[in-house]
Design a binder for this molecule. Sequence first.
Ligand SMILES: Nc1nc(=O)c2c([nH]1)NC[C@@H]1CN(c3ccc(C(=O)N[C@@H](CCC(=O)O)C(=O)O)cc3)C=[N+]21
Ligand SMILES: [Mg+2]
Length: 302
Amino acid sequence: MSATHPGINRIDGKKTAAALRERIAGHVARLKADHGLTPGLAVVIVGEDPASQVYVRNKVKQTGEAGMNSLHFALPADTPEADLLAKIAELNADETVHGILVQLPLPGHIDANKVIDTIDPAKDVDGFHVVNAGRLATGTGGLIPCTPRGCLMLLKQTVGDLSGKRAIIVGRSNIVGKPMAQLLLGENATVTIAHSRTADLADEVARADIVVAAVGRAHLIKGDWIKPGATVIDVGMNRVDAPEKGPGKTRLVGDVDYEAAAAHAGAITPVPGGVGPMTIACLLANTLVAACRQAGLEDPRL
Ligand SMILES: Nc1nc(=O)c2c([nH]1)NC[C@@H]1CN(c3ccc(C(=O)N[C@@H](CCC(=O)O)C(=O)O)cc3)C=[N+]21
Ligand SMILES: [Mg+2]
């Protein structure tokens, strides 16, 4: 099908994310008008990773467009761990800050787990704190990690009811794989988590109605592994050399061989333009949810 109609089964994450941001902006406008409340997101970045800076710039821009306050703290790469923890304590105590995101990865001398566990779970808009991980695992609320939340929105929009579907997640990170598994279990899918030690990965993937690829290895998932009609969500963002674009140029590719997989899949997310924009939109959604909860208001219906 996709050979004759290229792109017909492409899941447009950029468009879905823009629509979600519009709904968020509507809620933010009402919060301001009815309660005098403006959600605030604080982003803390340590060091100068250029890829991170692009991401941070997008976040700051879209936070502003949604009508939220955006605070940005750029700390030098050699910032002592204690100083970062003190900064987080200050933001925890700041009533105008409803969400706190500390950009990962952090420089090697800083213990990322210690940093995450210092963030007030109510302000942990990444959903990385153990309290939020535990809340998700037990189905008792909390803030849900942005990338899995965005993936689930795309899946529900594409597939509808996920009940009884066979889902495979390739990758077992705390940031994507594990929370994604919890979310899919919550939707009554039958969930497999595969990883670098999984035997016969191709056979495992071939059984799945839903494939979520989150390993961080360019084109690890081959097109002919995909069950005909399956839905493929590609979380991977791998920079590879692109000599065809010129000397020293790179391009972004997913964990799935898109062109080949699109020939089998019922629907598939591209990279870029798939999961990435949803991650940022869900960060704004979490900031809105966190602000509502901190003000004692009901969760917004997004
Ligand atoms: N505490 C923390 N939380 C994060 O959520 C987090 C983080 N640290 N560290 C870095 C990674 C990376 N990340 C991205 C999200 C969206 C895009 C994105 O929107 N990408 C676009 C454009 C990419 C491009 O063209 O460069 C796309 O896929 O279409 C990229 C990268 C969030 N991360
Ligand atoms: Mg084939």
